[in-house]
Design a protein around this ligand. Structure first.
Ligand SMILES: [Zn+2]
Ligand SMILES: [Zn+2]
Length: 432
């Protein structure tokens, strides 16, 4: 039987199960007569159902973001002017569901669901790169993300002297749970802000900003801080940050905030009682293994160079190739060496005398630091031995603990320092 031979109620069912508008347009094109007629019988409700399939129960919040994006910045003389064009949440579906908003709806839903994947892996289920949030958890995450997004767009469009009060008005209307949800997502965005700085080996500047979800995602995906450029000035507005703080302080004492906020989105954490394979301490979501090694880039890049033993970290020659390799990007600006690959190679390093490290296990960040201290220099040596025109050098007696490698270039170049010392005292800052 052909698609077009199906009874009309079945075609109607198929149309409303479509989850994006491109597919809907394609289906309508396949058979001008039959399918199009069924669609035309109730176009508005079919579009509404498909929109719902894209955004889930946060359609109203998503529509407000899409409509706000279509309003130009710096053009409005009063906030009332904006409110007249963008309906409130209660009326958003009925007033804002137009074809003009659809493309933005799809793009934004894509951003929010990618952010949800990251949030899920970092706080819900470290073993899955795709979100495993329950429907209720996912709805809270999406609602809060769209609301923050909306407020930032509002802040960019209302006249500057009205911005603070406008945002405060919205924050005051939120109930306790909604306030906490937004607070949790805002803190998550700040974490990704910090993550992208560390991933780019940048000094972390003071955190005072309200960045849009699409900018936060872009910074995370590109491992850089460029999307935050416009927030770098000291006078960048942070009204959302301030408004949430103000409303919170009026209603509650601050000491409960962190604890309540941590539970604002998630009802449960998968593997919350899991232990570190080495120190046997319960670390739960704060454990690292093959499925989340890539996320380590934004947590340890800025300290990785000091995890070389002895004076290697200040060596005039040995560390440079590692720095170059770890920072190198390809033509698409992707790092050529992913953290998954780096950790994989580190676990595979031939290190007979070293303790047993198992790449199928999960370790806490402190144990992982010890691991890196034991393995990084050995991996660097391995890379060196694999170079096509490698010239073997004699080992320095003082090995990685040699101080001379930090101030005499000739000595540093002539001898190998990627080796265990056979003489001398260990460097004073090494206690592992
Ligand atoms: Zn541990
Ligand atoms: Zn030496």
């Amino acid at each position: 039987m052909k698609f077009t031979d199906l009874p009309s109620d079945v075609v109607d069912r198929i149309l409303i199960s479509i989850s994006d508008f491109q597919t809907l347009s394609a289906s309508l094109r396949t058979s001008k007569r039959d399918i199009y007629d069924i669609f035309q019988a109730r176009p508005k409700s079919i579009v509404q159902i498909i929109a719902y399939n894209i955004t889930g129960p946060t359609l109203a919040q998503a529509l407000r973001v899409a409509s706000m994006q279509r309003l130009p910045e710096f053009l409005f003389t009063s906030s009332q002017d904006i409110h007249n064009r963008v309906a409130d949440e209660a009326h958003a579906i009925e007033k804002l569901l137009t074809r003009d908003n659809i493309e933005a709806l799809i793009q934004n839903a894509n951003v929010v669901s990618k952010l949800e994947d990251v949030f899920s892996q970092r706080y819900k289920d470290r073993k899955s790169a795709k979100s495993t949030l329950s429907c209720a958890e996912s709805e809270r995450f999406h609602r809060a993300t769209y609301r923050i997004w909306f407020l930032i767009l509002l802040q960019e469009r209302v006249p500057a002297h009205e911005a603070r009060d406008e945002i405060l008005k919205v924050a005051e209307d939120l109930n306790h749970a909604e306030l906490l949800e937004m607070d949790r997502v805002r803190v998550f965005f700040q974490e990704l802000y910090s993550w992208s700085h560390v991933a780019e080996f940048e000094q972390l500047s003071t955190l005072r900003f309200d960045a849009r979800p699409d900018q936060v995602l872009q910074a995370f995906e590109e491992f850089n801080t460029l999307p935050f450029e416009e927030y770098r000035q000291d006078d960048a507005p942070a009204h959302i940050n301030d408004a949430l703080n103000d409303v919170w302080c009026k209603r509650e004492s601050d000491d409960k905030r962190v604890e309540q906020r941590d539970k604002a989105i998630l009802d449960s954490v998968i593997g919350a009682n899991d232990i570190c394979h080495r120190c046997l301490v319960v670390k739960g979501i704060q454990l690292w293994g093959a499925s989340n090694w890539d996320l380590l880039r934004g947590y340890i890049s800025n300290e990785i160079f000091i995890l070389f033993p002895g004076y290697l970290r200040n060596s005039l020659v040995e560390i440079q190739p590692f720095k170059e390799r770890i920072r190198e990007r390809d033509d698409d600006l992707e790092p050529t060496l992913s953290f998954s690959r780096l950790l994989e190679e580190l676990f595979d390093v031939d290190a007979e005398a070293d303790e047993d490290w198992d790449k199928t296990q999960w370790y806490c960040i402190d144990c992982l630091r010890t691991f890196l201290k034991h393995r990084l220099w050995r991996l660097l040596l391995q890379w060196k031995l694999q170079e096509p025109n490698y010239q073997p050098k004699r080992d320095c007696w003082y090995g990685y603990d040699c101080r001379t490698q930090t101030h005499r270039l000739m000595h540093a170049q002539r001898l190998n320092h990627l080796c265990v010392p056979t003489r001398g005292d260990p460097a004073p800052f090494d206690n592992d």
